[in-house]
Design a protein around this ligand. Structure first.
Ligand code: FAD
Length: 469
C-alpha cells in the first residue's frame, strides 16, 4: 500500500530521512502538502514565501516522476480522507518542535496508529534532537556556550542523497491548485519588490551554500558583523522552510574548516545558535509568548501597538539611520542583517520601552526567513528577558553602532534615500513597497529623531532600577 509523505517545513528531496525511508520501502509514495490552520496563521511574508517554496518543491518532485498533492483542511481529516482514497497504509513526516505542531502531530500519530496506520516521524529539521542534549545534572541548557561545548564534537549524520525516482501510485489523488490557495494574498507590500531578493528552492539553496563556502566563509568571522557587506550566507530563508538541511550546511562548513577556512568555525557556531533556539523552545515552549525570565512580567512594557513611536519604528522613520535602514531593508527584502535585528530590537524594547512581543509579531509579518524559535529567542535576548540574554543595562547605541559597523555608511545609504542626490535603487524601492498610507516620500527631509538616545537610555535604566533583574 502507498506511503503518504506529509511535507511541512522540509521542502527538499535531498537529506530528507522521511523521504528516503519512504523511497526505500519499495511502495508507492504520495507526497502531500496540507494547508491547515498552522499555514493560515502564518504572517504575510512567511506565508507568501511558503507558497513559492511549495511551487518549487512540486517542480522538483516532477523531476523524480512524482507529484505534490495539495489539500486544504484539518490535517488529520485530510490525511484520513487521503488514506481512504488511496489505500495508503502509512504516513511519514519530518518532526517539528513548536508546541502547536507537537500537539497536532501527537494527536495524529495516536489516532492513525489506533486505526492500524503506520504513522512515523523522522528527524531532519535540527541536527541535535532537543531532548538528547543535557547538562551533567540531566537538565536542559539555558546558556549557549556550554550547549555549544556539548554538541561541537558530536557526530552529525552525513547528508542523504535525493532519490533519483520516486515510486508513483497507480493513480494520483486529486490536488488543489496552488494559486487557488492565495498564500500571497496578505502580502500587501509589493510582493514584486521583494521577489528579486528571494533565493527559491533546493537547488538555489545548494548553490548559495556552495558559493558561500567557496568565497564567503573564510572571512566570515570578520565580515558577518558588517551589514553593508555581503558577509553572511543568507541561508536562513532556506533553512526556515527546509529547502536545505542544517546537516548539509554543517558538513560543508566542516570541509571548509578542514581546508583551512577559519571563518567556518564561526559559521558552525551560528548554526548551533539555531539548534539552541530549538532546544530552548522544546524545553520552555512558553518562551514563544511569555517572558522566559518571569521576573520580567513586572516590567512596565508598553504593549500598545497604535502608539506613534511604534508606527515610526515599523515604518523606518525613527530618525536613527541604523534603525531606519534596517527596518527598510526588512520591508524591501523580507530579511534583515543580524546586526540590524539586534539594534532595532534593543531600540524598540529599551529606548522605546515597548514589549518585545510587538517586535516579534512585526518580524513574523515581514520576514521571509521567519522561524518561531530563532525569532522568539532573538527578541527575548535583545529585551533582556531571555535565558541567555543581553543584560538589561546593555542598551545598544545606534549611533556608535553605526560608527563601528557601518563606518563608510554603505548600509545606511543603501536603504535611506532622503537627503541624497543619487539615492541607491534599493532605498528607492522602499517607496514602491510601502502602502500609500505611510507618511513618507523620497523627496522629504530625513525624519527628526523621535527620541533623544540619551533620554531613552536613561528612562529605561531608571525603570530597571530597584527591580530584581
Ligand atoms: P549566517 O550568519 O550566515 O548564519 C548561518 C545560519 O545560522 C543562519 O542562516 C541561521 O540559521 C543560523 N543563525 C545565525 N545567527 C543566528 C541567531 N542569532 N539565532 C539563531 N540562528 C542563527 N533567524 C531566523 O532564521 N529567523 C528569525 O525569525 C529570526 N529572528 C530574529 C530576531 C531577532 C530580534 C534577532 C536578534 C535575530 C533573529 N534571527 C532569526 C537570527 C539571525 O538574525 C538570522 O538567523 C540571520 O541574520 C540570518 O542570516 P544568514 O542566514 O545570512 O546567517
Amino acid at each position: 500500500s502507498p506511503i503518504l509523505l506529509w511535507y511541512r517545513r522540509d521542502l527538499r528531496l535531498s537529506d530528507h530521512p522521511a523521504l528516503s525511508a519512504a523511497a526505500n520501502a519499495g511502495r508507492p509514495v504520495i507526497p502531500v502538502f496540507i494547508k491547515d490552520k498552522s499555514v493560515d496563521a502564518l504572517g504575510a511574508a512567511p506565508k507568501w514565501r511558503l507558497g513559492l517554496g511549495i511551487g518549487a518543491l512540486a517542480d522538483s518532485l516532477e523531476g523524480v516522476s512524482s507529484r505534490l498533492i495539495l489539500r486544504e483542511g484539518d490535517a488529520l481529516e485530510v490525511l484520513q480522507a487521503l488514506i481512504k482514497e488511496t489505500g495508503a497504509g502509512a504516513v511519514y513526516w519530518s518532526r517539528l518542535y513548536d508546541p502547536d505542531s507537537v500537539q497536532r502531530d501527537s494527536k495524529i500519530k495516536e489516532t492513525l496508529c489506533n486505526d492500524g496506520i503506520e504513522a512515523k516521524s523522522f528527524g531532519g529539521h535540527v541536527m541535535f534532537e532537543p531532548w538528547t542534549v543535557e547538562t551533567k545534572a540531566g537538565d536542559c541548557y539555558k546558556v549557549y556556550t556550554p550547549f555549544w561545548n556539548n554538541v561541537k564534537t558530536r557526530d552529525v549524520e552525513p547528508p542523504l542523497s535525493a532519490p533519483s525516482e520516486l515510486p508513483a501510485p497507480e493513480s494520483w489523488p486529486d490536488s488543489d491548485a496552488l494559486d487557488g490557495w492565495g498564500l500571497g494574498a496578505a502580502m500587501d507590500r509589493g510582493a514584486d519588490v521583494v521577489r528579486p531578493f528571494v533565493c527559491l528552492g533546493e537547488k538555489a539553496a545548494q548553490s548559495r551554500l556552495g558559493a558561500f563556502m567557496a568565497h564567503g566563509v573564510a572571512d566570515y568571522k570578520q565580515t558577518r558583523d558588517i551589514p553593508g557587506s555581503d558577509g553572511t550566507s543568507n541561508l536562513s530563508e532556506n533553512l526556515s522552510l527546509g529547502e536545505i538541511s542544517p546537516h548539509q550546511c554543517w558538513h560543508a562548513a566542516q570541509r571548509a574548516l578542514h581546508d583551512g577556512k577559519q571563518g567556518a568555525e564561526t559559521f558552525l557556531k551560528e548554526l548551533v545558535w539555531r539548534e539552541f533556539a530549538y532546544h530552548l523552545m522544546h524545553h520552555t515552549p512558553r518562551m514563544l509568548t511569555d517572558n522566559w525570565r518571569e521576573e520580567w512580567d513586572a516590567f512596565p512594557w508598553n504593549e500598545d501597538e497604535r502608539r506613534a513611536e511604534v508606527k515610526a519604528w515599523k515604518q523606518g522613520r525613527t530618525g536613527e539611520p541604523f534603525v531606519d535602514a534596517a527596518m527598510r531593508e526588512l520591508y524591501v527584502t523580507g530579511r534583515m542583517h543580524n546586526r540590524g535585528r539586534m539594534i532595532v530590537a534593543s531600540y524598540l524594547t529599551k529606548h522605546l520601552m515597548c514589549h518585545w512581543r510587538i517586535g516579534q509579531k512585526w518580524f513574523e509579518h515581514c520576514l521571509i526567513d521567519w522561524d518561531p524559535a530563532s525569532n522568539a529567542m532573538g527578541w527575548q535576548w535583545a529585551a533582556g528577558s531571555g535565558p541567555d540574554a543581553s543584560p538589561y543595562f546593555r542598551v545598544f547605541n545606534p549611533e556608535t553602532q553605526l560608527d563601528k559597523f557601518d563606518k563608510n555608511r554603505d548600509y545606511a545609504s543603501r536603504w535611506i534615500a532622503e537627503g541624497r542626490a543619487n539615492p541607491h535603487k534599493d532605498a528607492l524601492a522602499f517607496f514602491d513597497a510601502i502602502p500609500r498610507s505611510w507618511p513618507l516620500s523620497a523627496d522629504d527631509d530625513y525624519p527628526e529623531k523621535i527620541i533623544a538616545l540619551d533620554e531613552g537610555r536613561e528612562r529605561a535604566l531608571e525603570t530597571y532600577k530597584g527591580r530584581n533583574f
